[in-house]
Ligand binder design. Sequence first.
Ligand code: NAD
Length: 352
Amino acid sequence: MTRPFVFPGLTTRVVFGHGTLAQVPDEVARLGHSRALVLSTPHQEAEAQALADRLGDRAAGVFARAAMHTPVEVTEDAVAAFRAAGAECVVSLGGGSTTGLGKAIAVRTGADQVVIPTTYAGSEMTDILGETTGGEKTTRRDPAIRPEVVVYDVDLTLSLPVGLTVTSALNAIAHAMEALYAPDRNPVIEAMIRDALPAFRDAVPVLVAQPQDGEARARALYAAWCCSTALGYVSMALHHKLAHVLGGSFGLPHAETHAVLLPHTTAYNEPAVGDLLKPIAETFGGTAGAGLWQFARSVGAPLRLADLGLKETDLDRAAETATRNPYANPRPVSRDGIRQLLQQAYDGQCPD
Ligand code: NAD
């Protein structure tokens, strides 16, 4: 029987292809804006400057200080730069860190956002903003946070290092995994996920061998769009909670943390969700948790929290922090259960 559902509609305009960066000036004009502040990390400043040159009179400058987990001090400087330049919208060129800065400016100023994602992290389709102040990370959802336009240019992902290609893809698959059992899931998101999983399974091994393969890059970026949409339109649970705790309170790197946790959070919830994780098991083989672990190992992903800088003595505190406030999850979240999950992820064992 078809399940009842609500499909909220997709509000973001999406442009996808090779060389679509050339369309950014038209997209800014289409929004009715004549001055755009271009954002990037320091690492991608040259690309941001080239985009500002391409925008010509529509460029209000470049702010190239985006940083992981959106520190509020950086946002305050960026908002001042946005206002001083008389900018009307932001153009965010980069991964989740740059998209996060654009969202933080937008929620404070009402600016429209054109986002050009260059990783698979998937912030671009969401109404979620995580920010850090004084070492504390807080996350909120607000319709004003969701970008107006996303321009996916496959060519910009050719330079994504192999390590980040792998971990960022697993980060994206984590959104799909939790969306499959989300109480507010819907058939549109499910169809996108069923498209995305084999696309990542087939593209990532090709990219590990040939990072410049344009067709594999296109498949991976398409899959990233599907997974970002899943993240942006249905609820997340245990996996995202744990990644948030390890990133926000223990300073672990974002994509790598998602990559290491994914097989373990999947295996934890798998017995509680009937056949909802079957698309993952069918795509990667075995049970969903073990299949993802084998896939992660085959593409050289990090497998152990121990290798990401977490100390074994931190595991108790991580389990405590992650279970302090109750939240919806298919399988009850107990402190001991999460402590055991974290130990497995710390050791890097294949989940049962
Ligand atoms: P990132 O944006 O921090 O990028 C990592 C590094 O890779 C940066 O130096 C960046 O400049 C560089 N880089 C990015 N794309 C590149 C490319 N194509 N070629 C060469 N270098 C490139 O990393 P990320 O994993 O994309 O994003 C992580 C951040 O995004 C975290 O802060 C996370 O919380 C946030 N995030 C938020 C959401 C949301 O919905 N709010 C979703 C996913 C991630």
